[in-house]
Design a protein. Structure first.
Length: 196
């Protein structure tokens, strides 16, 4: 009987060490520190699907006090009785330069502001923003959770969504962030951030 209790206690300890503690302040501090680091480039891929799947790609490069953002995105084509588009999806592209939190230069098609906000706002980590938290340690650490406060987590005050899930892999720097959620119009959205 003692061996069974001892074995059960060892298993509980191992599981808790593997998954970490959901209120582990040190882990959140690490994620906040990594999120605030400067990355040479962040590549963001967005896939949204309601009736049609639309994609966007955003390349964010920091050069001194300027952030350069190149983007391509798809949207449903608009038309009138005289002009019918050749495709029901239109591809748009352009680039902007942000300095001091303001757009100081813009070329090409207008940017989809919601996409730009998702690509350039920083993430913030607090135990109060998440449930179902798991920290998994290894050569590449992993954080997974359900996001209960998407606005505070993403820093985007205009984001309206439900059922946001996040998975992050990191070591000395952030490596990848994957977000999924349901948008205000009930579409499914998947966003992948790759850091270098």
């Amino acid at each position: 009987m003692k061996k069974t209790i001892t074995l059960a206690m060892i298993l509980v300890l191992l599981v808790s060490l593997l998954c970490g503690c959901t209120n582990n302040t040190a882990n959140y501090q690490v994620l906040n520190s990594l999120s605030s680091q400067e990355y040479q480039q962040v590549v963001v891929k967005i896939v949204s699907k309601l009736d049609v799947e639309l994609t966007a790609s955003i390349f964010v490069t920091v050069e001194g006090d300027k952030t350069k953002v190149q983007y391509t995105y798809q949207q449903l084509s608009t038309f009138d009785t005289e002009n019918t588009p050749s495709s029901f999806i239109t591809n748009k592209s352009g680039n902007i330069v942000i300095q001091g939190g303001k757009i100081v230069e813009q070329n090409g098609e207008p940017a989809d502001e919601s996409y730009i906000a998702l690509a350039t706002n920083g993430f913030s980590f607090s135990p109060t923003y998440f449930t179902n938290v798991r920290f998994i340690s290894g050569q590449s650490n992993v954080f997974t959770a359900t996001v209960t406060n998407p606005i505070s987590f993403t820093g985007n005050p205009n984001l309206v969504c439900t059922n946001m899930q996040v998975m992050i892999s990191y070591a000395q720097k952030l490596q990848q962030i994957q977000l999924t959620y349901t948008s205000a119009n009930q579409g499914s959205v998947s966003i992948t951030y790759n850091f270098s």
